[in-house]
Design a protein around this ligand. Structure first.
Ligand code: GLU
Length: 449
């Protein structure tokens, strides 16, 4: 039984993604709460699951036909006990308060693991950039920032991108922030290299995820060289994961988007990955186009009726889900187990359902939750802020070395925390306990606020 406060479920019973994330953390930290009654006594659990603030706002904008459209904007400021709120902005039609509360809650623990002083937050909108012109995206971003700017700041809340928000959107958002505030500040991360961005930031979540996987395999005297891998997604995280896997000698067999997946038995090499980057980042096309360029690969369309995702039926040794939440369910997990998968390392946030996580852990597999494995993204955002503060830009080697050190530290911290509480080799429990302890101790020190 986990320690979810009754109020949390009773108040927002429809917030399924948020309750799933809370259930996972509270189940993991139960031994901590049992061992140290002060946390319960000081209401840490009740406070940590309640956002410090949620901002909801109207975003009106005009489409290319001159029609006025209205979307809903959000920023969930979950916890600032160890630093300014930090987390992405997601632009996707599925976005609602539950999804953003889950992302913000994940960030509280993920950001605590990075070793950097970053609190947790997340935001976004149900606006869908897909199929919109650049001018429409720009007008939307400007109107979104016209409200958000008064709530954020380099020492208050520092957003970044997430699904649907890449360098184009960050550019338009930053431009509007700069105009409204009359300040050139480190108020967004993922900025362009010529105006305050950091080298390696676009690659950081994917590179970090692969560094984490390499650390996990090393505990079993194994490596990524020669391993067959399934990667889902085809955005920023999936592309960088794929690139680093290729560099480490692994064979990447798949990529996907919300319409379906491609399977390339010959392996996706650096040249094919360059094609995917141009396709997704410049042409803003669909992954199905891959098979027009490389006809030996197979494209399978996703189907809403299917209970299991056909991508996870393929045989591979390592799995990198880098698309979105709950993309691996119970059936998918059984397919993977039956195909003798060795390792699941999450590039996305919460891509495995609770049942899928349990199956992987029961089988003693190497399983890393996103809040540990994909923390390299937000960690390099923290390094971008440091560079902004000292008004210097580090070379890529410097950023990449720091990223490697941070991922190793997260890996070891998870293992040590899990071991200390009797859950040896359980990265999920370790990540939740270590993240919780850092934030909970700061909250204890700072009193009831
Ligand atoms: N959206 C990314 C994540 O989930 C980046 C967040 C950030 O850098 O603030 O980690």
């Amino acid at each position: 039984m986990s320690d979810i406060p009754q109020n949390t479920t009773a108040r927002d019973p429809h917030e399924t993604e948020f309750l799933q994330a809370v259930h996972e953390v509270m189940t993991s930290v139960k031994p901590v709460l049992d061992k140290t009654p002060e946390y319960r006594h000081h209401g840490i659990v009740e406070r940590i699951v309640e956002p410090e603030r949620i901002i909801t706002f109207r975003v009106p904008w005009m489409d290319d036909m001159g029609k006025v459209r209205v979307n809903r904007g959000f920023r969930v400021e979950m916890n600032s006990a160890i630093g300014p709120y930090k987390g992405g902005l997601r632009f996707h039609p599925s976005v609602n308060q539950s999804i953003l509360k889950f992302l913000a809650f994940e960030h509280v623990f993920k950001n605590a693991l990075t070793t950097l002083p970053l609190g947790g937050g997340a935001g976004g909108t149900d606006f869908d950039p897909k199929g919109k012109s650049d001018a429409e995206v720009m007008r939307f971003c400007q109107n979104f920032m016209a409200e958000l700017f008064r709530h954020i700041g380099a020492s208050t809340d520092v957003p970044e991108g997430d699904i649907g928000v890449g360098s184009r959107e960050i550019g338009y958002l930053f431009g509007m922030y700069r105009k409204l505030s009359n300040q050139f500040a480190g108020v967004l991360t993922g900025k362009g290299l010529g105006w305050g961005g950091s080298l390696i930031r676009p690659e950081a979540a994917g590179f970090g995820c692969v560094y984490f996987a390499a650390e996990m395999l090393a505990t079993r005297h194994d490596s990524l060289a020669g391993k067959t891998c399934l990667v889902s997604g085809s955005g920023n995280v999936a592309q960088a994961t794929c690139r680093k896997l290729i560099e480490m000698g692994a064979k990447v067999l798949s990529l996907s988007d919300s319409s379906g997946h491609i399977y390339d038995e010959a392996g996706i090499d650096a040249q094919k990955l360059d094609f995917v980057k141009r396709l997704k980042n410049i042409r803003r096309g669909r992954i199905s186009d891959y098979v027009n360029e490389y006809p030996q690969a197979v494209y399978t369309a996703a189907s809403a009726e299917q209970e299991a995702n056909p991508l996870w039926r393929h045989r591979a040794q390592c799995i990198f889900p880098c698309a979105t939440q709950n993309e691996i369910n119970k059936q998918d997990a059984y397919h993977l187990i039956n195909n003798n998968v060795k390792l699941v390392c999450e590039g996305a946030s919460m891509p495995c359902t609770t049942e899928a996580q349990e199956i992987f852990l029961d089988k003693g597999m190497l399983y890393a939750p996103g809040k540990a494995a994909n923390a390299g993204g937000v960690a390099v955002s923290g390094l971008e802020l440091t560079q902004n503060s000292i008004r210097l830009s580090w070379l890529s080697e410097e950023v990449d070395n720091r990223l490697k050190i941070i991922m190793k530290s997260i890996h070891d911290t998870c293992l040590n925390a899990a071991e200390a509480y009797g859950y040896a080799r359980n990265y999920l429990v370790g990540a939740n306990i270590a993240g919780f302890l850092k934030v909970a101790d700061a909250m204890l020190d700072q009193g009831v606020i």
